[in-house]
Design a binder for this molecule. Structure first.
Ligand code: ADP
Ligand code: G6P
Length: 485
């Protein structure tokens, strides 16, 4: 067996998306999202293998290596898996539930069955490739049951689980009709990791509450017991399961590969600014087009600032790049049409011929092109209603190590706990976004030293806590975990 198979990552998505052409050939492109951004450099460094879905239904190529040496094991999802497991349970049940009900989750038993079956499929794929005693790192909300299934199939494995999105308060989580199975699935791991201490505390409190409920249903009051006080630090808390295992629980804030986000080429930045007609202030938003990201709210804030004269249409532009995401799901369609309507309206009201005030792209850009945007931007707008971490915020600050630029950041993004030099806003309050946009522009112009200090504080945090720190702290903790109590 290949050496790569002693370190296995399993995630719903592979780092590349496959497109099948009419002649049966296929091409691949980078997959969207922060999970892939965070894990790709880790897999390259560990020369591990990655089990996941190649982004298209009903087909999957044979295992292959990427240019960077990562061995990929594609898992086939059928069209019906895609609907029930991916669009349904993962993204219309768990995603809204874990993001504090920004939209209402749908609880559908057929989707739950699809979720269980597909989790089994992923676990079987891992079981086939993982070497004896391998370390398996299970990723994110789509695979919450995989640790439990794998533990039964392969007790020899060291199993870690990391959640890339927020973990909600127990009061919200308890809505889920299948809450016990989900918690049990997660507790199949030796280590369960979250971005924030708050997420880990929510999980620990939940294991206590769900344990009580499970006991009254099935007459096993000691099914799950939380040992010690529910206090989590970086590492340290654990849950004891009925079969006598200790499951460690901890907080490990994900980060970026800082090498990839240095300053962009000066000439490319100058060309862009020229194309934009040399505005005084460039605002920037870069997101997947997801209703959690608060894209509409930042557009409304920009519009109202133009309306009131706090910003001048001749001097300010907003660039918004939105990667297409989960496009067949209703709330995503609505979100896209609201964003596009707002872009049209704002340009209709405040643009000139050949000089729109909002430049909007609905597509993915290369890392190089993103870097040019980050460097050209004066003020980055990251305004999610709720976000596990938000790597875009970290990419922007890594790009402004020289202290230029300002970050307006939602207090509901995980990144807000680390990026203390950001202009924090409440995205549920458009006035708050407006205030912080104006404050950032004001400081850049009239208080540049303070703005530079804030940005340097942010970038220092990211340079000293990069993706290697995240991965190594999780993997070190995993190596020490899982001993019987
Ligand atoms: P999420 O994981 O919810 O999408 P993050 O901000 O954590 O949010 O991660 C998004 C990742 O996707 C970042 O690495 C960012 O650079 C990348 N990304 C976002 N929008 C685009 C885009 N339009 N083109 C290319 N990459 C993008
Ligand atoms: C977030 C999730 C990832 C997911 C990514 C892209 O980052 O945490 O698990 O892969 O969004 O979403 P998608 O549905 O396209 O995989």
């Amino acid at each position: 067996m290949d050496d790569s198979n002693s370190f296995v990552v399993v995630a719903n998505r592979l780092p590349v998306d496959m497109t099948v052409h009419p002649d049966g050939s296929y091409s691949i492109s980078p997959s969207p999202g922060g999970l892939v951004t965070g894990l790709s450099p880790v897999l390259e460094q560990h020369r591990g293998c990655w089990v996941g879905w190649p982004g298209t239904v009903d087909v999957a190529p044979e295992p292959f290596r990427t240019d960077t040496g990562v061995l990929l094991h594609p898992v086939v999802l059928t069209a019906s898996d895609y609907e029930g497991f991916y669009e349904g349970f993962s993204n219309a049940t768990l995603w809204p539930l874990f993001h504090d009900l920004i939209v209402t989750p749908v609880y559908n038993t057929d989707w739950w069955h699809a979720f269980r079956e597909v989790n089994l499929k992923f676990a079987e794929a891992v079981s086939q490739v993982a070497a004896h005693g391998a370390t398996v790192w299970v990723q994110d909300y789509q695979l919450l049951l995989v640790p439990g299934i794998l533990r039964q199939m392969r007790p020899d494995l060291k199993i870690g689980f990391f959640l890339h999105i927020p973990f909600p308060s127990p009061d919200l989580f308890r809505q889920l009709p299948w809450r016990e199975e989900i918690v049990r699935g997660m507790l199949g791991a030796d280590l369960v990791g979250f971005h924030l201490v708050q997420n880990a505390e929510n999980f620990l409190a939940l294991t206590q509450q769900v344990a009580g409920t499970a006991g009254s249903h099935v007459g096993q009051p000691d099914t799950l017991q939380v040992s010690g006080e529910a206090l989590v630090r970086e590492i340290g808390a654990h849950v004891e399961t009925a079969d006598g295992r200790r499951v460690s629980v901890g907080a490990f804030p994900i980060s970026i590969d800082v090498e990839m986000f240095g300053e962009a080429s000066k000439s490319a930045v100058l060309d862009l600014l020229k194309t934009l007609d040399e505005p005084e202030t460039v605002f920037l938003g870069v997101d997947r087009l997801d209703y959690t990201k608060g894209i509409l709210q930042r557009l409304l804030a920009f519009e109202e600032l133009l309306e009131s004269g706090a910003l001048e249409a001749d001097k300010a532009v907003l660039l918004q790049v939105a990667t297409p995401s989960r496009e067949r799901i209703d709330h995503y369609r609505v979100s896209r049409s609201q964003v596009e309507e707002a872009v049209g309206r704002i340009n209709g009201r405040f643009g000139r011929m050949g000089r729109p005030v909002v430049h909007y792209l609905h597509r993915s850009l290369s890392k190089n092109d993103l870097q040019v945007l980050y460097t050209a931007a004066d003020v980055m707008l990251v305004t999610p209603f709720k976000d596990g971490m938000n790597l875009v915020a970290k990419e922007f600050v890594a790009n402004h190590r020289d202290g230029t630029g300002a970050l307006v950041l939602s207090e509901f993004a995980g990144a807000a706990t680390e990026l203390t030099g950001a202009y924090l806003c409440n995205p549920f309050d458009v006035e708050s976004i407006k205030r912080q946009m104006v404050a950032a522009v004001h400081d850049l112009k009239h208080n540049p030293e303070s703005a530079a200090t804030r940005m340097k504080t942010n970038s220092e945090q990211v340079y000293t806590h990069d993706v290697n720190v995240w991965a190594n702290s999780f993997l070190d903790c995993l190596a020490q975990s899982g001993e019987n109590s």
